[in-house]
Ligand binder design. Sequence first.
Ligand SMILES: Nc1nc2c(ncn2[C@@H]2O[C@H](COP(=O)(O)OP(=O)(O)OP(=O)(O)O)[C@@H](O)[C@H]2O)c(=O)[nH]1
Ligand SMILES: [Mg+2]
Length: 289
Amino acid sequence: MRHMEARVNAEASPPLTAVPDHEPRWSGALQGASVGAPQVSLIVPTRNEVGNIRPLIARIATAQRGVPTEVLFVDDSDDETPTVIATMAEKFAENLAPGLTVRMLHRPAGARRGGLGGGVVEGFRAARAPWVCVMDADLQHPPELVQSLLDTAKAQDASLVVASRYCTTGDSAGLSSRSRVLVSRAASASAKLLFPRRLRKITDPMSGFFLVDRNAVDENALRPSGFKILLEIAVRTEGLRVAEVGYAFGDRHSGESKSGGREGMRFVLHVGHLRGATLRRSRAARGRR
Ligand SMILES: Nc1nc2c(ncn2[C@@H]2O[C@H](COP(=O)(O)OP(=O)(O)OP(=O)(O)O)[C@@H](O)[C@H]2O)c(=O)[nH]1
Ligand SMILES: [Mg+2]
C-alpha cells in the first residue's frame, strides 16, 4: 500500500510517509495557518490514470489560483498512478501553487470497497472544505468549471450543483461512441422515471461532475456501488436544493475507459437497491400518516 499526503506550500509540506501495510488511510493533520482552511475539496477517484495526473494537477492549480483548495485523490490503481501523484505533490510543495493541498488515499486490491463510489465516500469523510466537488481524472471534466459551480451554488442558494451534459448549454460530444451516447441517455431516462421526485431538477443524473454542500450529505447513509455516486447522493439525500451548469464533456486525455459491461451490471443492481429503499421509505411515510 502506498500512502502520501503533501501540501502544495513549501514551508509545511510533510514528507511522503510510508505506513504499515494494512488499512488504507490518509495521513494526519496538515493545513497551516498561513494558507487558511480550504474553500473547496476536489475529490478525484482514480484507477490507472498515469498519463492524466500531471496535466490534471497543473490545470487545477491554474484554475483554482487564489482559492484555497484541497485535492483528494482516492486511488484504486495497479499502475504507477500513485507514484506520479506523490511526485507531483512533492514538486508542487516547492511553492508552485500556494493554497493548493494534494492528498491521496491509495486502496490496494482487496480494499476497494464500493469501487469508484466507495472511494468518493472515503473522500467525503476526509474532506475539510465546506464545498465538495467530485470530478474524473481524465480531463473530460474541465477543472476550469469548478469556479462556475461554486459561483452558481452561491448565486442560486443551491446545495447541489450538477455539471450537466444534457441541459441546454451542455454537450456530450466526449462520449466515445454512438452506443455510449444511447446507453447514457437511456440510463438517465430510466433513473428519472424511477426516481421522479428526487431527480426532477437534474437533467444529467449519470454525471460524475458535481459540487455539493459538505454538510448536506450524510455519507453514513450512503450505500455506494460503482460509478453512479451522484445518483446515490441525489436519491438518498433529502432536501437538496439543485442547480445545474452546462458544460462540454471533453475527450479522455490519456488512457482507457473503465466503464464497461461489469459497471453496467453494477448499475442495474445499484438502481434496484435504490428503488427498494425508496419504496420502503414511501411505505414507512404512509404508515406514519
Ligand atoms: N477509485 C476508483 N476510481 C475509479 C474506478 N473506476 C474508474 N475510476 C475513475 O473514475 C473516473 C471515471 O472513469 P472513466 O473510465 O473515465 O469512466 P467514463 O468517463 O464513464 O468513461 P470514458 O468516457 O470512456 O472515459 C476516472 O477518473 C477513473 O480513473 C475505481 O474502481 N476506483
Ligand atoms: Mg472518463
